[in-house]
Each structure stands twice: as structure tokens, then as C-alpha cells.
Write a protein that binds this ligand. Structure first.
Ligand code: ZN
Length: 609
């Protein structure tokens, strides 16, 4: 997902699109000054300090200064569950939605067939989801989810109508006889109602396009798919394949995920559009896009010899603009394939579908609302002159096909696996197109957006979403990891193998860290933990004498075992040192002012004294 707001003065968009922009926290300007970590920070240098007067000040003397422009972020944080002692308790709803409870864990999803009718006039949805799952344990109950605002018409096991208990969005379905471990069960979940427009993306919106025609879209990543259809609404378990059938009034088209199978005139003024998804898919990726779309397309020859269908659906009046702007899509796919391997969903194809919000990574059906302009909503929002060279939404949202859709986090808490990696993919796209220097420049533009107020990995099992730092800090951490590996040929091989190892899997941060430890032979756990599980980034403490000749150094970090090489000295003549959280020293001919740290290669703070 990408849905950051623009600075207030830049929010002006054509009136037709005004409805698409929901006010969101402004981006931060200027890097936040953060307090240095408390633990391990007050160690004074050994007696061999160059000058006693220059002893390191205990860290913690800096404080975060809340600038006026931070306010929107602070507002946002109120809505993001903090991990600290002042954390608000999860609600009953959060626990039911966020936990992988016993009635979720006792079964494994195999298949959905979402088969619904959408009435634009009544803003009404009705139909059923056929749900097939395999029991992993004996049991008589499973947990599904559907927002309380929608009505359950009936739940059938064959001819038998099943009993159920609704509890704050959860639907506990009870079976008359024990289902046994290994048993494959198919139920039909009938429902109907008016989906509430809710959440940052609207959930399910019944809008009109700029020409006044019906335009109905879904986007529900944070809110959850159960706001518009019944499913097992969590991130850990996915179906293995899915069919999506959507009946809409004649003359309208529904574009959903997967491969287009057929359209059938139902003879009652409605036409059903059938789509088939041949892969696992996150619930929130399932999407409807109903409108008066026109279609154009192309094919990409894959290295394997396969042909990737690339299909585009836009409003008729935007066809020419779309043909020009979407010409970036092929180059994007080629760039990501270069680093990670083939597009993950070749059987389903790749689609871009115009939608009335900025964009969302709906699997094989990326929705697009970036005004057919480069940058983000026409703005170079990283302010370093790179972003205006490409369409931010095409590059970002499509990157999620590899990280987010193919590799998925098991809990929203670990969503940096989607957003940190995909933001890093943006920088890879820049590197592929324009070289490493521009990639570093682009990366530098991410730094002012990092708040460092909370850890990136949020609380697990309680429906908690991480802060925006998961994007920028996540990407900057991965770039730091490249420098730690210290060998680009090795780095490219590791990146490729990492993706290939975990593709089509749902994983957690621990899986990522264990893989990198195993394949680099390094203990990277303290590095990952410092960046992901603490608010602050590591700070390199440098202690100079009165004359050049010697500098003492150590990391100030929350992780006692934090140890990370870093390049220091003078650009072009960098020297790699291996600081830990204990003081060491090195000789240098450079003065305090001339002594530099390669902060474009390592995302660290530096404190010279
Ligand atoms: Zn994203």
C-alpha cells in the first residue's frame, strides 16, 4: 500500500479526484532528533581517553523536540497501538481479529469461491462465499469473520444449515458432528447487506466516476476483507486458489484478481464476470473494480519462454494518458525480475486498474489512481529529484507482487516485510534504471521521513499496524545490510535467493533474520533487532583528542550485543572499522571536522565529541 498524504499546499487535485483523497498524516519534514538509547549508553571511556575533558557525555542528553510539523504524525500514532508502557489495551475486537486463535489454528484454508451480486443503486451486496478447508485437529467449531453490519443469510454444509455465534466481527461456525483432522470440508456462507464505507481506503466504495458513471471499488488492507465479504480474516493462512464471480448491471465491467475466465449474461439485466486466481492470495488483496472500463494490453516475453499477459483497465476518457503512462510497467517488471526472478503470478497475468484512490497492491490486479503523472500524485515527494522520473504507484504497488503478495507476513505486526522491502525495491528500480549513485540519493530522500519514535515490529496477535517507519526505515535498514555484507556480487545473489526461498510463503521477522544469519554466516540478529525492535537507530560515538592522530569509537545501541562494521574516514578512501558497544580506538590523520562516516551506506547517527 502507499497512501501518504501530501503537504497541505499540494493536496489540490482535479475536482473529479478530490473524493479520492482522504486526509492523512502529513509527511514529516526534517529529521526528528531522537534521544539516544538508555541502555548501555552511559559507559564512560576507559582511562585511556585522549583527553579526560573530552569524556563522552552520557547519552540520553538529547531529547526529541516536537516540532509543529510532527503533530500529524503524533495524531497518527494515537491510532497505532504503541508497545510501550503506556500502551492502550487491545479491544475485544482487536483480540478476535488479531489473534490466530484455536478456531483458526485448527484448520487450513484451501479454496474460496466468492460469488456475489453488486447492486450499485441500492449499494447492496448479496451472495455467498464457498469455503473449503482441511481440519488440522479434531473439532466442532471454526472461526470465520464478517462485519456485524452485514447479514448472515445462512451457512450450509451440504443441505445442513449450520449454527453460528457472532461476536464483534467474528463468526464462530459450529458443526453438528466432530470434524476430524485431515478431513476436507466445504461450506457455503451466504450473506447480504450494505458494506460500510470505512478505513483509509474506503473499504468498499460506491462512487461515480468523473463522468458520473457507476464506479465501485474495494480496498481494505487495514480494515480487513470481512468488511465486505465473509472469510477467515487473518494474514497467516491463505487459500491455494480462488474463484471470483461478480454479477453487475449490464454495461458495467468487474475487474478482479486473477485470469479473466468468462462473462455471462444472466438474462435479468445483470452480467456475471468470472475470474480465477491460480495462486495463494491474501484476503485483503481480493478486489472488485466495477466501472465503465476500457481495456488495452500487451505481452512480456519471460526469460523462461512464458508470456506474461499485461492488461490495463481505465476509464474511457483517460485511455490516451494511460497508454502513455503505463508504458512504464514493462520496464518495472523487467527491473524486479532482474533482481528477484520471474513475476510471481504469470498464470494470472499482471493488471493495472484505474481506481479512485492512489493505489493498492491487489494481487495481479494492482489498482492505480496516481493521476497518470510521475512522482506521487504528481509530486516529487522525496524531494531529491529522482521520484519525478517515474510513476511512484506503478513502481511501488507492483513491487508488492514480490514482497507482500508472493511473500506475505503472517501478522500485520510484521508488515515491514511488505513495506520495508517494497520501499527498498523502489531504490532497486532506481539503481537498475539510473545507477547506484541515484539510488543512494533517492534513499537519502527517505531519511527525513523516519520518525524513530517506535519500533517497526508492532505487537503481535492484537490487530496492530506498525508505524510509517516500516517503509523508510525498513528500506534504509536493508541498504545498511548490503553494506554489512560488503560485497555487491554476493549481495545480489543473496537478495535473489532470499526471495526465491520464501516466495509464496507467509513468514515472520524471525524467518527473515534466521535466513540472513544462515546465508551470510554472520550474527545479524542484534542488527535486525536494533532497527526493527527499538525506536532508535544505532549511534556511532566518536571521541577525538585535541590533536588528530587518534579517535575512539563505539556503538551506542539498545542491543548490548550490537556490532556492525561501518566505513569511516574520508570519502573515496573509506576504512572499515568494526565497532561494538565497547570502546575501541584507531589512528587517523584526520581532524574531527574532516573525519566522516559513510552515512549514505549505513543508516546510523553519528555523535562526534
Ligand atoms: Zn506499500
Amino acid at each position: 500500500m502507499r497512501f501518504f498524504s501530501l503537504p497541505a499546499g499540494l493536496r489540490l487535485v482535479p475536482a473529479a479526484f478530490a473524493f479520492a483523497l482522504i486526509a492523512l498524516p502529513s509527511l514529516l519534514h526534517g529529521q526528528a532528533t531522537t534521544a539516544t538509547p538508555g541502555t548501555g549508553s552511559a559507559t564512560t571511556p576507559a582511562a585511556a581517553a585522549p583527553t579526560p575533558a573530552a569524556q563522552a557525555q552520557p547519552a540520553g542528553s538529547q531529547t526529541h523536540v516536537a516540532h509543529e510539523q510532527d503533530t500529524p504524525l503524533i495524531e497518527k500514532l494515537k491510532h497505532t497501538r504503541p508497545i510501550d508502557a503506556e500502551a492502550t489495551l487491545p479491544t475485544h475486537y482487536d483480540l478476535l481479529r488479531g489473534a490466530y486463535g484455536p478456531f483458526r489454528a485448527n484448520n487450513d484454508l484451501l479454496y474460496y469461491h466468492l460469488d456475489i451480486r453488486v447492486d450499485p443503486e441500492k449499494q447492496f451486496v448479496s451472495g455467498k462465499n464457498t469455503i473449503r478447508f482441511k481440519m488440522l485437529k479434531d473439532g466442532t467449531r471454526i472461526q470465520l469473520d464478517l462485519f456485524d453490519s452485514l447479514k448472515i443469510d445462512k451457512i450450509l454444509l451440504g443441505e445442513t444449515e449450520l449454527k453460528y455465534v457472532r461476536d464483534d466481527g467474528a463468526v464462530f461456525v459450529d458443526f453438528p458432528e466432530t470434524l476430524h483432522s485431515g478431513q476436507v470440508v466445504t461450506i457455503e456462507f451466504y450473506y447480504s447487506g450494505h458494506p460500510e464505507e470505512t478505513g483509509r481506503f474506503g473499504g468498499m466504495t460506491f462512487k461515480k466516476d468523473p463522468a458520473g458513471r457507476v464506479w465501485i471499488n474495494t480496498a481494505c488492507e487495514e480494515t480487513g476483507a470481512s468488511m465486505w465479504w465473509p472469510d477467515k480474516d487473518q494474514w497467516k493462512d491463505e487459500v491455494e486458489s480462488m474463484d471470483i464471480s461478480v454479477a453487475v448491471p449490464n454495461g458495467l465491467m468487474d475487474v478482479s484478481n486473477g485470469k479473466f475466465i468468462a462473462k455471462t449474461d444472466l438474462g435479468d439485466g445483470y452480467t456475471r464476470w468470472d475470474w480465477h486466481v491460480s495462486y495463494g492470495i491474501n484476503n485483503y488483496d481480493v478486489s472488485l473494480n466495477i466501472g465503465d472500463y476500457v481495456h488495452f494490453g500487451e505481452e512480456l516475453a519471460e526469460p523462461s519462454g512464458a508470456k506474461l499477459a499485461m492488461d490495463y483497465y481505465v476509464l474511457p476518457e483517460d485511455l490516451d494518458k494511460a497508454k502513455a503512462q503505463f508504458s512504464q510497467a514493462k520496464g518495472m517488471i523487467e527491473a524486479y525480475q532482474h533482481y528477484f526472478g520471474e513475476y510471481p503470478f504469470i498464470k494470472d497475468g499482471y493488471k493495472l486498474i484505474q481506481a479512485p484512490y492512489s493505489g493498492m497492491e491487489h494481487q495481479s490486479a494492482v489498482t492505480y489512481g496516481n493521476l497518470f503523472k510521475n512522482g506521487y500524485m504528481g509530486v516529487d515527494w522525496t524531494h531529491v529529484g529522482i521520484n519525478s522520473r517515474f510513476d511512484f504507484i506503478i513502481i511501488h504497488e507492483s513491487g508488492h507482487e514480490w514482497f507482500g503478495n508472493s511473500i506475505t507476513a503472517q501478522d500485520m505486526s510484521d508488515m515491514w516485510i511488505h513495506e520495508g522491502w517494497t520501499t527498498y525495491l523502489e531504490t532497486l528500480y532506481v539503481e537498475y534504471r539510473w545507477g547506484h549513485d541515484d539510488a543512494l540519493k533517492y534513499m537519502g530522500g527517505l531519511k527525513p521521513k523516519v520518525a524513530n519514535l517506535r519500533p517497526i515490529v508492532a505487537e503481535r496477535g492484537v490487530n496492530a499496524e506498525p508505524t510509517e517507519d516500516q517503509y523508510f526505515k525498513g528500506a534504509l535498514m536493508i541498504n545498511t545490510l548490503r553494506s554489512v555484507v560488503g560485497n555487491d556480487a554476493k549481495w545480489w545473489a543473496l537478495l535473489h535467493d532470499f526471495y526465491q526461498h520464501f516466495k509464496y510463503q507467509n513468514i515472520m521477522t524471525e524467518d527473515v533474520v534466521a535466513w540472513w544469519n544462515l546465508h551470510t554466516g554472520m550474527n545479524l540478529t542484534p542488527i535486525f533487532d536494533q532497527y526493527l525492535r527499538h525506536a532508535h537507530i544505532p549511534q556511532l560515538e566518536l571521541l577525538f583528542g585535541e590533536k588528530p592522530g587518534m579517535v575512539m569509537y563505539k556503538w551506542d545501541a539498545d542491543e548490548d550485543a550490537f556490532a556492525m562494521p561501518v566505513k569511516v574516514g574520508a570519502p573515496g578512501k573509506w576504512e572499515t572499522i568494526h565497532p561494538t558497544t565497547k570502546w575501541q580506538w584507531m589512528q587517523t590523520p584526520l581532524s574531527k571536522d574532516d573525519f566522516q562516516v559513510a552515512t549514505d551506506l549505513y543508516y546510523v547517527d553519528v555523535n562526534k565529541q
